[in-house]
Design a protein around this ligand. Structure first.
Ligand SMILES: NC(=O)c1ccc[n+]([C@@H]2O[C@H](COP(=O)([O-])OP(=O)(O)OC[C@H]3O[C@@H](n4cnc5c(N)ncnc54)[C@H](OP(=O)(O)O)[C@@H]3O)[C@@H](O)[C@H]2O)c1
Length: 274
C-alpha cells in the first residue's frame, strides 16, 4: 500500500515540523512533489521552512501554528484546513518531547505536558483525521514512536511508556484501517541529533556517552526511511541496523538485566551534579 497519489487539494499534515525529524520528513515529502501542512508552535521556523519548500520544489506549503497539547487547537486544525480547501491524505504525528530523570524528582506539570503531547495529541489527531481517510478509502498515517517503545526506560519512565503506547496504538489502528484502504506506520528511531536532547535537558556529551556512536542515525536518513517505509506500507520502521538489532534484543533479552543495565547507564539517573 503506497502513499496516495498527490492531488491539487491534498496535503500531508506534519506535526513537529519546526525542527528535527518533522522538518526533515516535510523536506522529503516536498521533494517528492507532495503539498505539506506544517504544524508546531514556533511559527517563524514553520514559515521559513514553508518558504524554502515552496520555492525549491514548487509545492504548496501551509503553515498552521498550534500547541498540540490544547484540544481546541487540535480541532481548530480541522476547520482551518477545510477552510483552505485542503484534504489531509497523509498524517504525520511526529511532535513530541521527553522529560528526564527519576519520577521521584519529576516536575508534575512537565510530566503531564509530555503525556498530552506524546499520547493525547496522537490519539486525538488520529480520531480527527482518520474518519475522512476511511470514507475516501485513501490515506497514510505515520506516528513517531521510538526504540524506547521496545522496553521500559528507567530515567525516562514516562517517555518510554508514551512511546510504547504510540507503537501499540499504531499497530492496532493499522489493523482497523487496512480494510478501508488506509495504511498506518510506526516510526521507531534510535538516537538522532535534533533539538530533542536539549529540550529534555540532556547534553550532547551525556547522550554520546550513554549511547554508542553506531546507534546514532543522521536526521536526513531517519526521514527518508520514514517516508520510504510509509510508501511501502510497512508496519514499523526502525532506521539503522544497530537500532534494529537493539530493538530485537530489547524484546527478547531477560528484562531484569536489561533494565539494570539501562538504569546504570542512563544520564538522567546520574547523581545530581554539585
Ligand atoms: N531525537 C531523538 O533522538 C529521537 C529518538 C526517537 C524518537 N524521537 C521522537 O521524534 C519526534 C521528533 O523529535 P525530534 O527529535 O525531531 O526533536 P525536536 O527537534 O525537539 O522536535 C520536536 C518537535 O515537536 C514539536 N512540539 C513539541 N511540543 C509541541 C506542542 N505542544 N505543540 C506542537 N508541537 C510541539 C516542536 O515544535 P515547537 O517547539 O515549535 O512547538 C518540534 O517541532 C518526537 O516524537 C520524539 O519523541 C526522537
Amino acid at each position: 500500500m503506497t502513499i496516495p497519489a498527490p492531488g491539487p487539494r491534498s496535503t500531508c499534515l506534519v506535526t513537529g515540523a519546526s525542527s528535527g525529524i518533522g522538518a526533515e520528513i516535510a523536506r522529503v515529502l516536498a521533494r517528492r512533489g507532495r503539498n505539506v501542512a506544517l504544524v508546531a508552535r514556533r511559527e517563524p521556523l514553520l514559515r521559513s521552512l514553508a518558504d524554502e519548500l515552496s520555492s525549491t520544489h514548487g509545492i504548496r506549503a501551509d503553515v498552521l501554528p498550534a500547541d498540540l497539547t490544547d484540544p481546541d487547537a487540535r480541532s481548530g486544525l480541522v476547520d482551518e484546513l477545510a477552510g483552505r480547501g485542503l484534504v489531509v491524505d497523509v498524517l504525520v504525528n511526529n511532535a513530541g518531547l521527553s522529560t528526564m530523570g527519576p519520577v521521584y524528582r519529576a516536575d508534575r506539570s512537565a510530566e503531564l505536558n509530555m503525556i498530552r503531547a506524546d499520547v493525547e495529541a496522537v490519539v486525538d489527531m488520529c480520531v480527527l483525521f482518520t474518519p475522512g481517510m476511511a470514507s475516501r478509502r485513501r490515506g497514510s498515517v505515520l506516528n513517531t514512536a521510538s526504540t524506547a517503545a521496545f522496553q521500559p526506560l528507567p530515567g525516562q519512565s514516562g517517555y518510554g511508556a508514551c512511546k510504547a503506547f504510540v507503537l501499540s496504538y499504531s499497530l492496532a489502528l493499522r489493523a482497523e484501517l487496512r480494510p478501508v484502504g488506509v495504511s498506518v506506520t510506526a516510526l521507531c528511531p534510535g538516537p538522532v541529533h535534533t533539538g530533542f536532547g536539549e529540550a529534555a535537558g540532556i547534553t550532547d556529551d551525556d547522550a554520546a556517552q550513554a549511547l554508542p556512536k553506531v546507534m546514532w542515525v543522521p536526521v536526513s536518513d531517519v526521514a527518508r526511511a520514514a517516508v520510504d517505509g510509509m510508501d511501502r506500507g510497512r508496519d514499523v520502521v526502525i532506521p539503522g541496523l544497530a537500532n534494529r538489532v537493539g530493538a530485537f534484543a530489547a524484546r527478547h533479552a531477560p528484562r531484569g538485566p536489561v533494565l539494570s543495565l539501562v538504569a546504570r547507564k542512563h544520564p538522567g539517573l546520574a547523581p545530581p551534579r554539585p
